[in-house]
Design a protein around this ligand. Structure first.
Ligand code: PBG
Length: 320
């Protein structure tokens, strides 16, 4: 008789034969930095996550670095918004100041990444600028992304996270950075980013002004093959890392990209995935600590080389 249980008999045997591992260096901690607040502000739908001041951001980056976390991904929450998201292009804007603070706090111990998208800065909440009929104007948005990229690179970001789902965004930003001599600034492409209800708590976190949805630019949750098309485009345009988002309900897509990509594939365990487990755990219905590890391990097993998760620092501390 075949006895697969033989290797499950002791903890030592299970550890020795585990096919997948999670290490702190594979984790990325998303962090929110807000303008005009004196103290960190809790985000109600994401227990344990806050909007940081520049000072508390510095502490959070230092704590993540000490835990061995691989990187941080910064999102800015400005006080003023306008139609074109001009706060994103201002070197003194909150996100760019956050990048500078994070780079200083990291002191080279972890990679500093920044969200390259307009949605936190526009008064309509869309990821780009709008045309006369109110549709997101792809090519005018690309010009803003290019400008934003240079500002973020100058602030010192190691990796820029292209999360806007505009066609051609990776190529245009790569070309612009190269022309400006930022050839070493790396690009993380949100390659397969789906229109998703899992982003709900994030919209509270960044005080999103969005009415409606992002279905004309983010991917349709029905589509798997289309993610391969997006992958081939992003690789061709020069992405250094590609990503799938959300994570738990898109593991088939993670596996597809992992099979085809010659560059790292990451997964983003988004706000709603975190909130769902936290909420159930707060009710005593799920074991939070076990699920934290199991949920991230599952993404690694599906093929993700790295994982963005709101638990990154805590999970890294537990793994140490
Ligand atoms: C867009 C962006 C979003 C998230 C990351 N980048 C929001 C959206 O597309 O609506 C969501 C992350 C999360 O839910 O944790 N800049």
């Amino acid at each position: 008789m075949q006895r697969p249980r033989r290797l499950r008999r002791t903890a030592a045997l299970r550890r020795l034969t585990a096919e997948t591992t999670v290490a702190p260096a594979q984790l990325v901690q998303p962090l929110f930095v807000a303008e005009g607040i004196a103290e960190p502000e809790p985000i109600l739908s994401m227990p344990g996550v806050v909007r940081h001041t520049l000072d508390s951001l510095t502490e959070a980056v230092a704590t993540a670095a000490a835990a061995g976390v691989g990187g941080v991904m910064l999102f800015g929450v400005p006080q003023q918004r306008d139609a074109t998201g001009s706060g994103a292009l201002d070197p003194a804007g909150i996100l760019n100041r956050g990048i500078e603070a994070a780079v200083a706090a990291s002191a080279g111990r972890l990679a500093v990444m920044s969200d390259l998208c307009l949605d936190e800065f526009t008064d309509h909440g869309h990821c780009g600028v709008l045309d006369a009929s109110g549709n997101v104007d792809n090519d005018r948005t690309l010009a803003s992304y290019a400008e934003m990229a240079v500002v973020q690179a100058r602030a010192g970001a190691d990796i820029l996270g292209l999360s806007g789902m505009m066609d051609g965004q990776v190529g245009v930003v790569r070309q612009t950075l190269d022309d400006a001599d930022f050839t070493d600034t790396a690009l993380l492409a949100y390659t397969a980013k789906y229109t998703s209800a899992w982003y709900g708590p994030f919209r509270e976190a960044v005080d999103s002004q969005l009415q409606g949805d992002r279905a004309t630019y983010q991917q349709d949750p029905a589509n798997r093959r289309e993610a391969v098309r997006e992958l081939l485009l992003d690789l061709d345009e020069g992405a250094d890392i590609v990503m799938v988002k959300p994570a738990s309900t898109y593991q088939d897509v993670i596996a597809d990209l992992a099979a085809l990509s010659d560059r790292p594939v990451w997964a983003y365990q988004v706000s709603g995935e975190y909130a769902a487990i936290e909420a159930a755990a707060a009710n005593g219905w799920l074991d939070r600590d076990d699920l934290m590890l199991e949920s991230v391990l599952g993404l690694r097993r599906a093929g993700a080389d790295g994982v963005l998760t709101y638990w990154a620092t805590e999970l890294a501390q537990r793994l140490n």
